[in-house]
Design a protein around this ligand. Structure first.
Ligand code: URA
Length: 210
């Protein structure tokens, strides 16, 4: 529950809804996507082509969260379709996971110009949408890809090189921080640790499925 929701929790539901922003009222991903596609909360929407909401199974037990759309994602409107996405697909298929089984999205839904890191205020502006995606999908496991996603979902003090591969429980989620696939393209030595992390996720996922 957000601080705002707690503050309003004494009100009857009908009254509470009047104070709730539309993304907190959205009951489906389709409804939420419509709201996010109209967003103008930060400057990123002025320079990108389109909002990249995310895609996949609306009841996914595993959700992957990256940083923000790159050039290919901005052109096509889907997450992880460029070189990093191709590598992610290879990792999925080696692990026996279908892309359609999971939900994939990013911390920020609009491409930062020149693929720069999203600024803290851009992350803050977009975070309610990621929270709403988590509330609607209710994944059991979240894989945070890279430092920005891990720091956003877990804690700003996360250091990805130190903390990857360790399960973190936060807000009812089980989070596995790992390296971003783009980092593996730059440094193939990171492939093995990521493979270990994905294997740990698969073991936990299989246990959950019983
Ligand atoms: N990098 C990301 O973090 N997300 C994408 O969707 C593509 C590349």
């Amino acid at each position: 529950m957000t601080r705002k929701q707690k503050q309003l929790s004494f009100l009857p539901e009908a009254k509470r809804e009047k104070f709730q922003p539309p993304w907190e009222q959205a009951r489906s991903l389709e409804e939420l996507e419509q709201i996010v596609s109209d967003c103008r909360s930060c400057r990123l929407r002025d320079s990108c082509r389109q909002v990249v909401f995310g895609e996949g199974n609306s009841k996914a037990e595993i959700m992957l969260v990256g940083e923000g759309p790159g050039r290919a994602e901005d052109e096509i409107g889907r997450p992880f379709v460029g070189a990093a996405g191709e590598l992610l697909d290879k990792i999925f298929s080696a692990a026996g996971l279908q892309r359609a089984e999971v939900f994939i999205c990013n911390v920020v839904k609009c491409r930062p110009p020149g693929n720069r890191l999203p600024t803290p205020d851009e992350v803050r502006a977009c975070l309610p949408y990621l929270r709403a995606q988590l509330r609607i999908i209710k994944p059991k496991i979240v894989i945070s890809l890279g430092a920005l996603a891990s720091q956003t979902l877990i804690d700003p003090s996360v250091r990805i090189t130190r903390d990857r591969g360790r399960w973190i429980s936060k807000d009812g989620l089980l989070i596995m921080p790992t390296f971003h696939p783009a980092a593996l393209l730059r440094d193939p030595k990171k492939k093995k640790p990521v493979w270990d992390d994905i294997q740990a996720v698969m073991r936990r996922y299989e246990q959950m499925k019983g």
